[in-house]
Design a protein around this ligand. Structure first.
Ligand code: DC
Length: 222
């Protein structure tokens, strides 16, 4: 089900994978897809509908009919929920707090993975947790981007503060701990380092350096 070049970039929250993936896509002139944004949009849809996050049937009811649209123009990634641009809204702390309840449901994952396969079939740089394992297990390139826990907390904290969202560093730390646990231990589509993925630890190295290394490797073999 794929005809174009697929670069799969997986890794934990705050590892720098989104920034890396976006820049690599730009360099390689490929569409970029942030799959986390799709899980976030479904979570936001549930919040808007006041769904009980312990009710997996109700969450599945939302994902089945939800209208999520991705726009990717001029290297600008935007996501729309029922026609509304929610690119900023999906980063709210309330979304972070409830996203694990959504991403743990198999039926939710099936719906989103199927959309992701369709979006990426003619080539993409796709980032998430299960791209190299579930969405595109035959991806041309697989990278696992990581960083120390402290570095990841720092990056997320700075990102959120920059958006003027009130939050403490301790809250960011707790959120990342909870999501790391859910991301690595959930039954379906967990985040795992596979042997066929190139492991990159971004602690103490610049994002530009990581992008350069990935782009050079992919371009040299294209
Ligand atoms: O990449 P991110 O931090 O924006 O992702 C938010 C959450 O979405 C993450 O904690 C787990 C979920 N997610 C997932 O389950 N599978 C993916 N491919 C991408 C994200």
């Amino acid at each position: 089900m794929k005809s174009g070049l697929i670069v799969a970039i997986d890794g934990p929250a705050g590892s720098g994978k989104s920034t890396v993936a976006k820049l690599v896509a730009e360099r390689l002139n490929l569409p970029y897809l942030d799959t986390g944004a799709m899980y976030r949009a479904v979570t936001l849809a549930c919040i808007k509908k006041e769904i009980d996050f312990s009710d997996s049937d109700a969450i599945f009811g939302v994902v089945k009919d939800v209208d999520i649209d991705i726009k990717n123009q001029d290297n600008k990634f935007e996501i729309y929920l029922e026609g509304e641009n929610v690119t900023g809204a999906i980063r709210a702390p309330q979304v972070n707090a409830n996203i694990s309840s959504v991403s743990e449901i198999l039926e939710v994952r099936k719906v989103l993975v199927s959309k992701q396969k369709k979006i990426g079939q003619s080539g993409a740089v796709m980032e998430g947790r299960d791209i190299g394992t579930v969405v595109f297990p035959n991806a041309d390139y697989k990278f696992f981007i990581d960083a120390s826990f402290d570095t990841r907390v720092d990056r997320r904290y700075k990102e959120i503060v920059k958006k003027q969202i009130p939050i403490t560093r301790v809250e960011v730390e707790q959120d990342l701990k909870k999501r790391d646990h859910s991301d690595t231990t959930r039954k379906y589509g967990p985040l795992i380092k596979t042997e066929d993925a190139i492991y990159i630890d971004t602690t103490g190295i610049s994002i530009d350096e990581v992008v350069e290394n990935i782009a050079v490797l992919v371009s040299s073999e294209r």
